[in-house]
Ligand binder design. Sequence first.
Ligand code: F6P
Length: 385
Amino acid sequence: MDTAKRIGILTSGGDCAGLNAVIRAVTRCAIEVYGWEVFGINKATHGLMSRPPQAIQLRTQQVDPYLTMGGTFLGTTTKGDPFAFPMANGSLIDRSEEIIEGYHQLGLDALIGIGGDGSLAILRKLAQQGGINLVGIPKTIDNDVGITERSIGFDTAVNIATEAIDRLHFTAASHSRVMIVEVMGRDAGHIALNAGIAGGANIILIPEIPYALTDICHHIKQRQADGCDYSIAVVSEAVRTESGALIEKGHFADCRLGGIGQYLSERLSAMSDVETRVTVLGHTQRGGISSPLDRILASAFGVAAVDLIAQAQYDRMVIWQDRSVQSVPIADAIKDYRAVDPQGTLVKTARGLGICLGDQLGNQCENARQSNSAPAALATAVITT
Ligand code: F6P
């Protein structure tokens, strides 16, 4: 058995389903396999900033019931970059040394940080400055963390969005309406694209593919002409207005996306005389019981992270690639933002299913497919997209 260690674990950034399953996996593996002690740190780095540091020792029996539960029982925060921490008087101060001191006060040998690319970048900076032995685990419903094919929370969010779309088909058909479903995802359209395909949406709009309202109207009219008088449109929250404006909710210091569904509803009903309704899924996509896939991923990531500590492999992040868990330097893992590839498999799949992505190319492909007489240039585009 490896030398006894005392490790810490924290969740940072927005919550999502599957975080508790990671904490459980880390705790079980560290205690049952290695005989170590595990401390759960409250509210991300805020717990290490507090005096005394806010952390609880975790036990196997205590964490087991959390396997399925959404959220994070350790608490988390999206506020307060420790290198420019907002104080009550409005000033920003560097509190990084307090966090580093908190880690050492707890007598930790290593720290597992579960976060998105922003949180992991901050944790890595702290680790390098303060000699923290850090291992990262990627989580975010947006699924936009660099190298990993999957992040914790994404699958549950897609399941929730898909179920909502499934439900909306019936009411949309009953009233001959265009139902617009606004989903989260920040600047990446992964949730919209995945849930839209899984839920049989007719229109999917993502930030990575510019759209024209006339193309969407054309698609709705075409469906009506084909005898389908309702449509389901899924739109990602960071899709812009046709003129390129980003729609934000309220006047807050941080950017809170939301409202593109309402914009589309108003524009489409004005332009095509269809009745529209909007459903904004919001934070429902982060809650509830985590999907089996997220629990499996969380368990695999948690065990792999503990194994990395056992091998003294620090400054690394676990990732999912080629049907297995691997690890890469955190810096490599977060250096590239992972948006939807407009030439990728799922975009091709959506086009192949006749789903309108709001762009001219999609409609041309669709028309060409229907008339079965694609011009040479277009035929090439169909093959290469
Ligand atoms: O990054 C995850 C995410 O859920 C985004 O999809 C969304 O835009 C944002 O967080 C919402 O953040 P908040 O919980 O601060 O409103």
